[in-house]
Design a protein around this ligand. Structure first.
Ligand code: NAD
Ligand code: LMR
Length: 334
């Protein structure tokens, strides 16, 4: 009887994500929360003929507490998106406080919920949630996920385009590891389920890697000031949430890349740290999901020299992003 909750449900991602969750028959209750417009979004969705009972809440009258009561899965797309010329890190000033406050609500009302963080910069907002949970003594690394599925979705789409058959995009899988911004996005194209053409040149491989790493910028530029990816993100977020819901329901062997605290699986996390040659706390890895969340963190496996270079380039940036998130809670500036 899973209850799914969307925090930031009236936004560009929140609305289509709420629609896709309402369409998922595994969801029996859908709670929507935002600082504006959720009663209208909830009323609209509630007419759709699927099982989920929908309710919308605003901040007054303890709305956050009410929406989170009984929540099993909480997805957070609350916060501001980028405009052209901005990096995801530029969003930290505003989004860090939003995510901290929402995480506090989850820690106090639904500490056992699975938390899926979409709000950028993901590399820092996920550590913020972890630190808030630690402060409240409820941190379970198996239940906290940074949603990096859009990078995975982009990799599948772009590889299928190159293979000349978009109908393959549902079955093409490429592990994308590291983090969720620019050079921290590391597509392991050598491990694509569908290999690239044998005559694929080095420069084409570099261009494809860059396109996956900076796919977000492509959308920000095209939207020309009207925000960043919303519809593709809602699709990706709903895909990842569906995997978590299936795992909660007892299905085994479900795998997905996601940005996790590497202590979620001590042995698997330590193996990844060994592979990347440093003891980062967070790293997006392929994980196996189970009823308690992260069951296993899988090794990166064999990578090419080029991919090894991408990992090396990502680490300093990731380290800085993680430290920024942790410091925001542990040592807040006055
Ligand atoms: P948006 O501005 O359209 O929507 C954000 C929503 O959050 C708004 O409805 C706003 O009212 C709400 N909000 C703000 N403060 C809130 C609070 N304290 N509590 C509850 N709701 C609050 O933005 P968007 O395009 O939906 O993007 C949302 C976030 O998702 C951005 O930070 C964006 O960068 C990020 N994003 C992440 C990914 C990813 O791959 N992880 C992809 C796309 C976008
Ligand atoms: C994306 O990858 O599309 C998101 O992280 C939004 C952005 O700012 O690019």
């Amino acid at each position: 009887m899973p209850k799914a909750v969307v925090l930031g449900a009236a936004g560009g991602i929140g609305q289509p994500l709420a629609l896709l969750l309402k369409a998922n028959p595994l969801v029996t209750e859908l709670g929507l929360y935002d600082i504006v417009n959720t009663p209208g979004v909830a009323a609209d969705l509630s007419h759709i003929s699927t099982p989920a009972k929908v309710e919308g809440y605003l901040p007054p009258d303890d709305g956050l507490k009410k929406v989170l009561t009984g929540a099993d899965v909480v997805v957070i797309p609350a916060g501001v998106p980028r405009k052209p010329g901005m990096t995801r890190d530029d969003l930290f000033k505003i989004n860090a406080g939003i995510v901290r406050d929402l995480a506090t609500g989850i820690a106090t009302t639904a500490p056992k919920a699975f938390v899926l963080v979409i709000s950028n910069p993901v590399n820092s907002t996920v550590p913020i949630v972890a630190e808030v949970f630690k402060k409240h003594g409820v941190f379970d690394p198996k239940r906290l996920f940074g949603v990096t599925t859009l990078d995975v979705v982009r990799a599948s789409t772009f590889v299928s385009e190159i293979l000349g058959d978009l109908s393959l995009s549902k079955s093409v899988t490429v592990p994308v590891v590291g983090g969720h911004s620019g050079v921290t996005i590391i597509p392991l194209l050598s491990q694509s389920s569908h290999p690239l053409p044998s005559d694929f040149s080095t420069s084409s491989l570099e261009a494809l890697t860059k396109r996956i790493q900076f796919g977000g910028d492509e959308v920000v530029k095209a939207k020309d000031g009207a925000g960043s990816a919303t519809l593709s993100m809602a699709y990706a977020g709903a895909e990842f949430a569906a995997k978590v819901l299936r795992a909660i329901g007892g299905e085994t062997g479900i795998k997905a890349p996601t940005y996790v605290h590497l202590s979620a699986d001590k042995e698997g996390g330590a193996a990844v740290q060994k592979e990347i040659g440093t003891e980062l706390d967070f790293f997006s890895s392929v994980v196996e999901l189970g009823p308690s969340g992260v069951e296993k963190i899988l090794p990166l496996g064999k990578v090419t020299e080029y991919e090894q270079g991408l990992i090396t380039a990502a680490i300093p940036e990731l380290k800085k992003n993680i430290e920024t998130g942790v410091a925001f809670i542990q040592a807040p500036k006055l």
